[in-house]
Write a protein that binds this ligand. Structure first.
Ligand code: TXA
Ligand code: MG
Length: 358
């Protein structure tokens, strides 16, 4: 049975943290909030705990886990050959939504790294996460706390939906801040390479250490190469419905989605639309969801996984989404949206043109 404990990040109940930390030290599983998404915590130095993590999530065991730390000195215990730029990156972005990959030290079991000689490390800023990591002994592996293939959880309720009965405890610290997973930066290559886009962007890295590279498999769907972060190859975040991204300028997108939703409605299909504050009023047919405001892309990052989960609950068959500018956190938004859509894209202009000549 899964215990659920509410905890306030502004007034942390140390008794709850102690209880959760003890569970982790004993090799049990505890889900907890971070600023990005909820994580499924286990003791990163116990091989058996990693095995349980994979089992609870239904995740392939070649997909490595991120090790979370709370104190920068601890990095040196789990990573070796740490490159010089690490200090300055850490001083800017840790604690925060950045994961860095290094060569692993001997104390990190291969169960945690999915058999790799490298280890992914993150220092979250969420105070509940930090307190839990310390109470657990300093090294907590945590994939996103969803069943493999579902959108990452941004609330404790999402975690409960997926993992109730499969893990020992959920710390409910309310809704997360960011809503998309951390940026992953591979520090074992020079210059460092972004393997997964997130709230810390390539422009932000560039200001601190100069240009970084980007895993080419992230840039388009044409590439048949395997992405460098093993987890990026899976069709994660996949909603039950067929999700299609409509692309064009926003006026054309609205016209096209109106047309597509009407056509689907006429065929008797249950259709959903991912819209924004600014565009919601333009749609008549289908279940329309407001993911956030175009004035602030952070609100869209924050709402995306919630909206995808809501559509799952409502048994929608087809979802049409507007697209978003791939700048700043917009890159991470479009990366997750494209993965959820299995890269299905519809050019808005083609739909609108067809309509004109009918
Ligand atoms: O924001 C986050 O990073 C969240 C919170 C809980 O911290 N965690 C998270 O973990 O998103 P997960 O397991 O869902 O995603 C980890 C990603 C996977 O794509 C995995 O393949 C990649 O990190 N990864 C982990 N270790 C790696 C390594 N040594 N080399 C390359 N990729 C690695
Ligand atoms: Mg995940």
């Amino acid at each position: 049975e899964t215990k659920i404990k509410k905890i306030d990040k502004n007034k942390i109940d140390q008794n709850i943290i102690e209880e959760a930390g003890k569970l982790l030290r004993d090799g049990c599983l505890v889900a907890f909030p971070t600023e990005t998404v909820y994580g499924l915590g286990a003791d990163a130095l116990q091989e058996e705990a990693a095995r349980k993590t994979y089992e609870a999530k239904g995740r392939p065991s070649d997909n490595p886990l991120i090790v979370h730390i709370a104190d920068y000195e601890d990095l040196r215990k789990i990573a070796v050959n740490i490159p010089a730029e690490t200090d300055i990156l850490a001083s800017h972005f840790w604690p925060g939504p950045l994961t860095m990959i290094f060569e692993k030290s001997d104390i990190v079991p291969y169960g945690t790294t999915g058999g790799l000689d490298t280890v992914a490390v993150r220092m979250p800023v969420d105070p509940i996460a930090q307190a839990l990591i310390r109470a657990a002994g300093g090294f907590v592996s945590a994939p996103s706390a969803n069943t493999s293939g579902r959108p990452s959880p941004t609330t404790a309720e999402h975690v409960r939906e997926d993992l109730d009965g499969r893990i020992d405890m959920i710390l409910d610290g309310g809704t997360v801040d960011i809503g998309l997973e951390s940026t992953i930066l591979d520090m074992t290559v020079s210059p460092p390479m972004i393997l997964r886009p997130g709230a810390i962007t390539s422009e932000m890295f560039e200001e601190v250490i100069g240009p970084v590279s980007v895993d080419e498999t992230l840039l388009g769907d044409e590439s048949d190469k395997a992405p460098k972060a093993p987890g990026m190859k899976y069709r994660h975040y996949a909603p039950k419905a067929k999700l299609m991204i409509v692309e064009g300028d926003i006026r054309e997108e609205i016209l096209a989605i109106r047309q597509l939703a009407y056509a689907a409605h006429r065929e008797g299909k249950k259709v959903g639309i991912i819209a924004t504050n600014e565009t919601v009023p333009f749609y008549k047919y289908g279940t329309v969801k407001n993911v956030g405001t175009r004035e602030n892309e952070k609100t869209i990052a924050h709402g995306l996984y919630r909206v995808l989960r809501e559509f799952d609950d409502e048994d929608v068959e087809e979802i049409y989404s507007e697209s978003f500018a791939a700048q700043g956190i917009g890159k991470a938004i479009m990366n997750r949206l494209e993965k959820a859509a299995g890269h299905l894209r519809i050019p808005a202009s083609a739909v609108v043109k067809q309509q004109k000549y009918r």
